[in-house]
Design a protein around this ligand. Structure first.
Ligand SMILES: Cc1cc2nc3c(=O)[nH]c(=O)nc-3n(C[C@H](O)[C@H](O)[C@H](O)COP(=O)(O)OP(=O)(O)OC[C@H]3O[C@@H](n4cnc5c(N)ncnc54)[C@H](O)[C@@H]3O)c2cc1C
Length: 500
């Protein structure tokens, strides 16, 4: 019996027990007979709301997972997400154990018009997965991953992390595109697109989705695939969390060599002006099996440099030839390129993006790199002077991302050869305003060099949604109108519903 099937079997068996004997799923560890006080909350349009204690207790009784209140054990840990800049207190946290719990939680939120946040891996850069005084629907316990090596299919639960997808796949010499930090969630990343070290070969993560099980705003379970709800699958491939809660994903896997070549090439800041121009030209001609994620970085100790994260997944004998231009145009000050298990490479950025620090990110897509862009980037990093990490990242696009037709999925920014974002990481809450000012001022100068933005880097970008989805926007808004006419799922890169 597979891991997921075994879990389902255990859950089904437990669900058959009378509620009083259930070992988990119980309300904040209180006894079944305890009275629950009314709970202060907010509606999804910001009005104050009081949830009746009896209704809250009833929801808890219908769930197998835990329902946490502010005074419950475990509440504080459950409300925290990757970005500590968002310190919010949901009225309720529904720690779902499976699709049935998700259905209950969604129905409860809809019936009460309760503000709803969906937490997959909790890596929303702008804190969309935790809400103040609403319901946080937490999928972190739904983290199973199962691979069928014969059919080359991975079945991944909606709250699983990328590390689970990679590890379970690579053990069979299989992989699909996953992001570059292993503690990021599969759910959010996939629904918004999904760029990664293998993406120039295999396309976006969402391009590799075969089917998705989804709980819609009316609490119904639907499957979106090539044969069922095809239109919905179109929207889920890039439309983010707008359509419901994905409880399970099925991915197409591809044979790969589990040992690849990767590491870092770093250059002095003095060489950055020449290297940036060279990098942009080189990257746009690179083979699909080479992935380059470059950044201009300034550290709190005032050290500045230009760095490229390299992954080469082609024939290992070719790597020196492929990388020779990057090594000879300017001499790297650090060269850590080596053969490495792909799973290890995929975790190499985990510490640099540790859970629980404060982060600010704002970005857009570059359609054509220009000297003006290069000059603006260099000036931004030259002038950076805060006691925090300040960087501009430019992950690569192109390859298979660009070979999918723009209207084949909701994700429309296929042609952009680079993503671009300003990035800052810090720990001291007192630095928040200064960092925010720096990032916003810098982005004002960089934004004119971009068109559209990556919805998985959604920040205060509501005004750029139409530009981002281009010709796909109206179809997406109509689909939203069909599946979520009251905009229950609004804590995301939101596409307001267009009613028929
Ligand atoms: C350290 C780090 C590294 C990253 N690296 C990459 C990268 O290499 N490539 C890349 O493309 N992106 C990358 N991203 C961006 C990433 O894709 C987004 O932050 C994404 O939203 C994270 O998904 P999550 O499930 O962890 O997020 P969450 O915070 O849980 O959710 C974010 C959004 O997705 C929705 N959502 C999440 N899960 C579900 C679900 N199961 N069903 C319905 N809606 C759901 C939520 O409603 C929410 O609006 C990175 C982000 C971080 C923080």
């Amino acid at each position: 019996m597979s891991v997921i099937k075994r879990r389902q079997f255990v859950r089904t068996a437990l669900a058959a027990l009378p509620a009083a004997t259930l070992p988990f799923g119980k309300l904040f560890a209180a006894s079944a007979s305890a009275t629950v006080e009314d709970v202060e909350a907010v509606t999804n349009d910001g009005k104050q709301l009081v949830l009746k204690g009896a209704d809250v207790k009833d929801l808890a009784a219908r769930m197998r997972g835990e329902l946490l209140l502010r005074n419950s054990a475990g509440y504080d840990g459950a409300r925290r997400i990757w970005n500590a800049a968002f310190d919010r207190h949901p009225a309720l946290i529904a720690r779902c154990s499976g699709a049935a719990d998700v259905m209950e939680a969604v129905k409860f939120a809809a019936a009460n018009q309760l503000l709803l946040a969906v937490r997959g891996g909790g890596h929303s850069l702008s804190g969309q997965s935790v809400c103040e005084k609403g319901l946080m629907l937490d999928l972190s316990q739904m983290n199973g991953a199962h691979v069928d090596p014969v059919k080359r299919i991975a079945t991944i639960e909606g709250g699983a992390l990328l590390g689970a997808l990679d590890r379970e796949s690579l053990v069979h010499g299989l992989a699909t595109t996953a992001g570059t930090v292993s503690h990021t969630g599969v759910g959010g990343l996939t629904l918004g697109g999904g760029f990664g070290r293998l993406g120039r070969r295999f396309g976006l993560t969402c391009d590799n989705v075969r089917s998705i099980d989804l709980i819609t705003a009316d609490g119904k379970f639907v499957t979106a695939s090539a044969s069922q709800n095809k239109d919905l699958l179109w929207g889920l491939r890039g439309g983010g969390g707008n359509f419901g809660v994905a409880t399970s994903f099925e991915f197409q896997l591809h044979p790969v060599d589990p040992i690849m070549v990767g590491g870092e090439l770093a250059y002095s800041f003095a060489d950055a002006p020449d290297m940036l121009k060279f990098f942009f030209d080189f990257a746009m001609q690179a083979p699909d099996d080479l992935n380059l994620d470059a950044s201009l970085v300034r550290l709190p100790n005032d050290v500045r440099f230009f760095t490229i994260d390299v992954c080469y997944s082609g024939p290992r004998g070719n790597v020196d030839k492929v990388l020779a231009p990057l090594r000879s145009f300017r001499k790297p000050i650090r060269d850590t390129i080596a053969t490495v298990p792909y799973v290890q490479l995929q975790a190499s950025g985990d510490e640099g993006a540790a859970v629980g620090r404060r982060y600010y990110i704002k970005g857009g897509f570059v359609q054509q790199p220009s000297q003006g862009l290069i000059d603006t980037m260099l000036a931004t990093i030259a002038e950076a002077n805060l006691p925090v990490v300040q960087a501009i990242a430019m992950p690569q696009g192109g390859g298979a991302y660009a070979r999918v037709k723009v209207d084949a999925t909701a994700f429309a920014q296929r042609a952009a050869p680079f993503n671009l974002f300003v990035f800052s990481a810090w720990d001291d809450a007192a630095q928040g305003d200064a960092v925010g000012n720096w990032a916003r001022t810098s982005w004002k100068k960089l934004e004119p060099h971009t068109r559209g933005f990556y919805v998985n880097e959604f920040n205060d970008d509501a005004h750029r949604m139409r530009e981002t989805y281009g010709g796909n926007y109206d179809r997406l808004a109509a689909l939203k109108g069909k599946f979520d006419p009251n905009n229950l799922f609004r804590m995301n890169a939101n596409v307001p519903p267009k009613r028929a």
